[in-house]
Design a protein. Structure first.
Length: 558
């Protein structure tokens, strides 16, 4: 049958995470390792022969950044990072592994002090509460062309599509015509703030890629060959990576410059046609509004497989599925109403943001055995006392809304290896297909053909008696089934080390903002800045960090 020779298509969707992108990076690192090992061992006895291929990746915020980095290094060979290596030298950089280097190494152990640096406050504007210049340097380091053609592994589609969601602050102008009393059409202008940075891997050089963008059948997915990319296209990828992670207020907004044809040809961009030339927009985090990458990944996946959602949901005939990686999966929240004005305003803002982020489809935190088109990898681990922790509580970077990982490399390393461990268990136990109980023959033709010559199918069986979609061919590591890595607790005086940097940043922000006031207001602020504002602001920041770390069990409670 034709379907038996068809690769099983796996779309990847990566959610926002801030510093918990380290968890997503760990998941991707193990996934890449598992697929690479399988590719190398195909042809050996008892190794399944079917193919799993990634044709589409998409994400928002930190997930969008990881998506773009993964695409940029897809043609390279790199080794996974082992916990034993990191345990022996925790602060050592691991430049050979792009996922670890981008999210765990960053630019050193303590990134928070760098984010308190005053180097970004030299101009008239105040870009953001935190110094985010380090993001520019990491984007330039991780998204580049090495001049080497490289060879894509078979599990990556040669024309891989990858994208990141963006929030356009200005919005795209769209005219909606209304018929008026004089029988004319009166245009009503609306702003459309959803935007996407869409790219497609190309095996051709920059000249051919440019010709493709100017052709009549261009669809807005910017072609790029990272082995020999031109500077302009590389810069667009970097700008999109920085823009999708621009957390409003905390990290500075970003500019993205693209050609008009890139926007006009893309059906996802809801706007009237742009005039020839370049469009420059200002952007913040792609996860701020209802701009869900999951639906878009699924849409592109179905175009590849030619299946409807109903067909793709059937284990016996599905040709592909979407896997979502989310360090902060949805959870139930206890709500207590109030008539007090300030808490009420805070709840109103929360309601507005919550509605903006409503997902088109509810994602279950638990694997649904009746469908195959949606899977979720989210943090889960056991404590030393045997307690099961899930979601943000299972990761060390989860405190302070995900910004906590910038305080210590130990937090990021913990979450990276938890991501690897969770991915291993996911592949072994949950990313599976049902079989006939007597013969262990898969119900789906793709996997039936892949396992046809495998004699020892028990090797690939999950606890529920299903067979692996992606066989894990490495021996099961001790952290794979039950994560044992120590929780990275810090010394009681840990937060005191940040006091000078926080004090300097708070003072500089107050001084810079007061410069915009009238002379007498500046005088009043200057009089109180040293005594009151700086001390109160510094203490508030340090107290927030202290309380949040204590709540997460990363500091002993007072």
């Amino acid at each position: 049958m034709e379907q038996e020779n068809t690769p099983f298509q796996m779309g990847l969707c990566m959610a926002g995470a801030v510093s918990a992108g380290a968890y997503t990076a760990g998941v991707m690192d193990f996934l890449w390792e598992a697929l690479s090992n399988w590719e190398q061992q195909k042809g050996q006895p008892d190794v399944p022969t079917h193919q799993v291929q990634i044709p589409i990746m998409g994400g928002a915020s930190a997930g969008g950044m990881t998506t773009l980095i993964a695409a940029a290094v897809a043609h390279k060979k790199f080794a996974p990072v082992r916990w034993e290596e990191v345990q022996a030298n925790p602060l050592a950089q691991q430049p050979q592994n792009p996922f670890y280097h981008a999210w765990v190494d960053l630019e050193g152990d303590d990134m928070f002090s760098k984010m308190m640096s005053l180097s970004d406050l030299k101009g008239e504007a105040t870009p953001s509460l935190l110094n985010s210049d380090f993001i520019d340097r990491i984007a330039a380091k991780m998204i580049q062309s090495d001049g080497q053609p490289g060879v894509l592994p078979s599990f990556v589609a040669h024309d891989l599509e990858f994208f990141s969601t963006l929030t356009n602050l200005e919005g795209f102008e769209k005219k909606v015509n209304f018929r008026t009393a004089n029988h004319a059409f009166d245009p009503h202008l609306i702003s459309w703030h959803k935007d996407y940075g869409c790219f497609r891997l190309s095996q051709k050089g920059p000249k051919d890629a440019l010709a493709q963008r100017q052709s009549g059948n261009y669809d807005g997915w910017i072609p790029i060959n990272f082995g020999q990319a031109d500077a302009e296209t590389l810069q667009i990828v970097r700008e999109v990576a920085m823009a999708t992670g621009a957390f409003p207020g905390g990290l500075k907004s970003r500019k993205v410059t693209r050609k008009a044809e890139d926007l006009n040809a893309n059906p996802w961009i809801e706007a009237d046609d742009f005039p020839a030339g370049f469009y420059e927009g200002f952007y913040v985090d792609g996860g701020v509004i209802n701009n869900e990458p999951f639906e878009r990944v699924k849409e592109r996946l179905y175009l590849r497989t030619g299946q409807t959602e109903k067909e793709a949901s059937n284990f016996s005939q599905s040709k592909g599925t979407v896997v979502m990686i989310d360090p902060f999966p949805s959870k139930d929240k206890k709500f207590e109403g109030t008539f007090d004005v300030l808490p009420n305003l805070n709840q109103t803002l929360g309601a507005m943001l919550g509605q903006l982020r409503v997902k088109n489809e509810v994602l279950d935190a638990h694997y649904d055995h009746q469908t195959i088109f949606r899977y979720l990898i989210a943090p889960t681990r056991k404590t030393a006392a045997g307690e099961n922790l899930k979601g943000e509580r299972a990761i060390a970077c989860g405190f302070m809304g995900g910004f906590g990982g910038f305080l210590s490399k130990a937090f990021r390393a913990h979450d990276f290896f938890l991501g690897r461990a969770n991915c291993e268990r996911f592949l072994r136990e949950y990313f599976t297909v049902p079989v006939h109980a007597e013969t262990l023959e898969p119900l789906n033709p793709i996997f039936k053909a892949g396992y046809a010559q495998v004699q020892q199918k028990e090797r690939y069986l999950s606890e529920s008696g299903h067979l692996s979609i992606i066989p894990v061919l490495t021996p099961q590591r001790k952290e794979g089934a039950d994560f044992k890595m120590d929780w990275p607790k810090q010394a009681p005086n840990f937060t005191e080390t940040f006091q000078p940097a926080v004090k300097g940043r708070v003072n500089a922000l107050i001084k810079k903002q007061s410069a915009q006031l009238s002379w007498w207001k500046r005088l009043a602020v200057a009089a109180g800045r040293w005594i009151i504002l700086r001390r109160l602001g510094t203490n508030a920041v340090l107290k927030t960090i202290q309380n949040s770390m204590e709540e997460w069990g990363l500091l002993p409670k007072h």
